[in-house]
Design a protein around this ligand. Sequence first.
Ligand code: GLY
Length: 248
Amino acid sequence: MLPVVVVHGGAGHIPKERAELSTIGVKEAARTGYVILQKGGSAMDAVVEAVTLMENNPRFNAGRGSVLNVKGEVEMDALVMDGRTLASGAVSAVRRVANPVQLARLVMEKTNHLCLTAEGASKFARSMGVPEVPEESLITDYAKMRWKKNLGPDANPVECQMGKMGTVGAVAVDIDGNIACATSTGGMINKMEGRVGDTPCVGCGGYADNKIGAVSPTGHGEAIMKVTLSRLILFHMEQGMEDPRGGK
Ligand code: GLY
C-alpha cells in the first residue's frame, strides 16, 4: 500500500512574520514521517516522530513553545492511538518533559492504563528513564510575551483571540495498511492550572481505526469535547458521508 502521512501545526492565527518558519516546520515533520514510512516503518513510528519534531520546534504550541497557563507554567497533553488494535496512550497536564507524545506512547506500550496525569505522569517518565528537563527550557520568549499580554488589567481580548495557537498532530497509513494518529499540545493560553483539554481524551483529541481512518484535530478543546469530534468524524466517514468540499 502507498504510505501516507498528514501533519498539522495547529489552528489559530499565525502572524505573518512567523508563517514561513511554521510552514517549514510542518513540512519537515511531514517529510520525516514519510521517510520512516518509505523505509517500511510503522504508522505509529511515523506519527510519533513527526509530532516529536514539532514538539522540539519552538514555533508550535507543543513541547518547547507551549503556551503558558495562568501561573506562567507549561502543562502539556498528548495522545497516540494505534488503528490496528485501538490501543491508545495519553498524558495530561504533564510538566518538565520535552516530548509528551513519546511519553504517551510509553503509557500505551508499558502500562495497563490509557492516561497518566500531572505528577503521576512525570514519575512514570522518570521510571522509564525519560529525562526531566527544566521548565525554563520549554518556555520561549514568545510564549512569555503572549502570556503577559493576556493577563491583568492591560489584557487585550482581541489580541488574546488573535494570539491563539493550535495543537499539533499527525495521522499516517503505513505500507501494511496500518493507521495511527498522534496529537500534542500546550493547551489554551492562560488556562487554569490543571485544565485538561480534548487532546488526551480518546475520541476527542484523536482517533485511529484501521477499518475507517484516523483523525487528529486542533481547535478549542472544550468545544471539541462537546461532540467527541474525532470519533464523530470517523463515524460519518464510516457512514460514507461526503466531504462538503467535494472529497470523500
Ligand atoms: N485542542 C487543544 C486544547 O484545547 O487544549
